[in-house]
Design a protein around this ligand. Structure first.
Ligand code: ATP
Ligand code: MG
Ligand code: MG
Ligand code: MG
Length: 436
């Protein structure tokens, strides 16, 4: 994209309404614009990040054979009356009446809808397990929307749902999903740690919240720092073998990790002192086994092996895709601006032309830009070098490719790594090798 003809409206001043750094940076870099309380428009730069995260989430869901669907944002109140949650959900649910006086709602989550869809098609235990997910907008009328997209009212979520014949099978699905989430967050480039979460009246220990370490987080967290040394992408796990999955899960749960709600001082003392990490964190995802809660309430069953009626065991699995954008910035920035992890950066690199009037510079920039117009941002604006450098640091491209009259005579350009500030001189031919 050429910066001179793009819609990337950066702000010079810090916006007064933003209390935390990620919100400030998202507004300053023109990623989003608030349209009303807790409701945001995603502008080109922000949308690119949202899409990059969604792509990785989708790939890792597909890798465990979850199947993507897309359900409507508007749901019928009748569906929620069947589960008993229409009244129970309370004021966070946005209720809507259509012209025929029918009660609708903007979905805050989709357990009811997916259970209904499942029940209409799946009739036999032989068709189990089923694992379905979508990436779709949700609405929760949060009492205090704040911190920009981190606690919005309208927000983008990956929500997945599983149906298994019994508890044992549901546990296998839970393990699979745990692996998928660890891989997803590792690929995105953030440290999100699964922490035991409250399961409410269902009990058991099959719920985890995935938490990113950040001082502005809403929960206090305690974890074994060795957890963050694990490489989940390279760990050999056979997702079709429940023993292999169970071994992985056991290995994972060896590391202590808990939010303040679940913190256990006795267990904590067993972690070697040098590995005890305490801090605050942001919830970016949650996985949950809840058994037959909805299939029973909504009277959804399959015919079992002995021709008996069985309510499938369910789980649900969320990732806050739009919250992640803010949470990642919260944990990855410095005084100059955002530092994007490579995998989700809006652009791989920005080309900064320091010699607007120099034909050789211009030619070199154009040639480089043509190598990957989709992933390179070309700062071809007629601006001072200082302005271009500041904007590049602010937006946080992983790489800056700096092309000036002095180097270009020797076929040399400078590349700067945003994360470390490290600079290198490389030949034009080598540039793409570094940044891709
Ligand atoms: P929170 O505790 O922050 O209110 P939650 O536990 O109510 O979140 P879940 O029902 O577990 O949220 O939804 C799955 C994911 O959706 C959360 O882990 C979070 O990342 C995201 N999410 C929830 N509420 C919001 C919101 N208001 N704005 C942005 N993302 C949200
Ligand atoms: Mg909530
Ligand atoms: Mg929560
Ligand atoms: Mg939650």
């Amino acid at each position: 994209m050429r910066l001179s003809s793009s819609f990337l409206p950066t702000l010079k001043e810090d916006p007064a309404e933003a209390q935390i750094i990620s919100h400030r940076l998202m507004l300053r870099t023109g990623m989003v614009r608030q349209m009303s309380s807790g409701i945001y428009a995603w502008l080109p730069l922000g949308l690119r990040v949202l899409d990059n995260i969604s792509r990785i989430v989708r790939e890792e869901q597909n890798a465990i054979n979850a199947q993507e669907v897309l359900m409507p944002t508007l749901q019928s109140a009748d569906l929620w009356k069947r589960s008993g949650r229409y009244d129970a959900y309370g004021p966070e649910m946005l209720r809507i009446v259509d012209r025929h006086k029918r009660d609708l709602l903007y979905g805050p989550t989709n357990e009811e809808m997916i259970t209904d869809i499942f029940g209409q098609f799946i009739k036999s235990y032989k068709e189990l397990p089923q694992l379905l997910y979508q990436i779709q907008w949700k609405f929760r009328d949060e009492i205090r929307p704040r911190f920009g997209v981190m606690r919005g009212r309208e927000f983008y979520m990956k929500d997945g749902y599983s149906f298994d014949l019994n508890y044992e099978d549901a546990v296998v699905t839970y393990h699979k999903m745990m692996l998928s989430y660890l891989r997803t967050f590792q690929r995105i480039g953030v440290k999100a740690i699964p922490m035991l979460a409250d399961t409410g009246p269902i009990g058991g220990d099959l719920s985890h919240e995935f938490i990113i370490l950040a001082p502005t987080g809403e929960s206090g967290i305690y974890f074994d720092s060795d957890f963050t040394e694990q490489n989940w992408l390279e760990m050999p796990v056979d997702i079709n073998d429940k023993e292999s999955l169970a071994a992985f899960f056991q290995r994972m749960t060896r590391f202590y990790a808990a939010t303040d709600e679940k913190h256990d001082q006795n267990e904590w003392q067993k972690v070697p002192e040098s590995r005890r990490c305490e801090g605050r964190g942001i919830e970016v995802g949650q996985i949950f086994y809840f058994g037959t809660k909805y299939t029973e309430a909504m009277n959804v069953s399959v015919i079992g092996p002995d021709s008996d009626k069985i309510n499938p065991h369910m789980g649900s699995y969320g990732i806050g895709v739009s919250r992640l954008v803010g949470a990642i910035i919260e944990s990855s920035h410095d005084d100059q601006g955002i530092i994007w992890p490579d995998a989700i950066a809006p652009f791989k690199a920005v080309i900064i032309n320091l010699g607007l009037k120099n034909q050789a510079c211009k030619d070199a920039c154009e040639a480089l830009y043509k190598m990957d117009q989709e992933q390179l941002l070309y700062d071809d604006r007629d601006e001072r070098a200082g302005v271009k450098f500041a904007d590049a640091d602010l937006i946080g491209h992983p790489w800056q490719i700096i092309i000036g009259p002095r180097g270009i005579g020797n076929n040399v350009v400078e590349i700067k790594r945003r994360e470390t500030g490290e600079r290198m001189e490389v030949s034009i031919e080598q540039v793409m090798h570094y940044i891709s």
